[in-house]
Design a protein around this ligand. Structure first.
Ligand code: FES
Length: 154
């Protein structure tokens, strides 16, 4: 299915054209990543943490406009949040912040949720933290999709 750029709202387009927090981070405290089983795209999120608060976040995403926009809002939203607050964010949180995504592109926002969780899991592992929001989290799980499989075209 071809997704028309016109299907994206202005906020998604703005984050896609001018993403926030893109690039490398020097000496991150933890790095998380996740690949989409739907399309094979990848997202990496690096974080710095002080006193259980995320003080900085950067992303590198090999993916579509929707994945890049999701990375941009996700990193914006987790900066300044405690680890538990950031763990409470879901892909729905990021979609709401973007003002919506077209149905076939919703799975792209799941990359952001999973990459954030993976980064925090990584931090917790390194620092021997037990976080409520990570209970039951499996870094190797494949997430399910309600959407039909789509190819990356935007
Ligand atoms: Fe691959 Fe969006 S992340 S299509």
């Amino acid at each position: 299915m071809v997704v028309n750029m016109g299907m994206y709202n202005d906020k998604v387009m703005e984050h896609f054209m001018h993403p926030h927090n893109a690039g490398d981070m020097e000496n991150p405290d933890a790095v998380g990543n996740h690949g989409s089983p739907v399309c094979g795209d990848m997202m990496e999120i690096s974080i710095k943490v002080k006193d259980n608060v995320i003080t900085d976040a950067k992303f590198k995403t090999f993916g579509c406009g929707s994945a890049i926009a999701s990375s941009s809002v996700a990193t914006d939203m987790i900066i300044g949040k405690t680890l538990e607050e950031a763990l409470a964010f879901t892909n729905k949180t990021f979609i709401d912040e973007l003002g919506g995504l077209p149905g076939p592109k919703i799975h792209c926002s799941v990359l952001a949720e999973e990459a954030v969780k993976n980064a925090i899991w990584n931090y917790a592992q390194k620092n021997g933290l037990e976080l409520e929001g990570l209970k039951g989290y499996d870094p190797n799980k494949e997430f399910g999709h309600d959407e039909e499989e789509e190819e990356c075209e935007v």
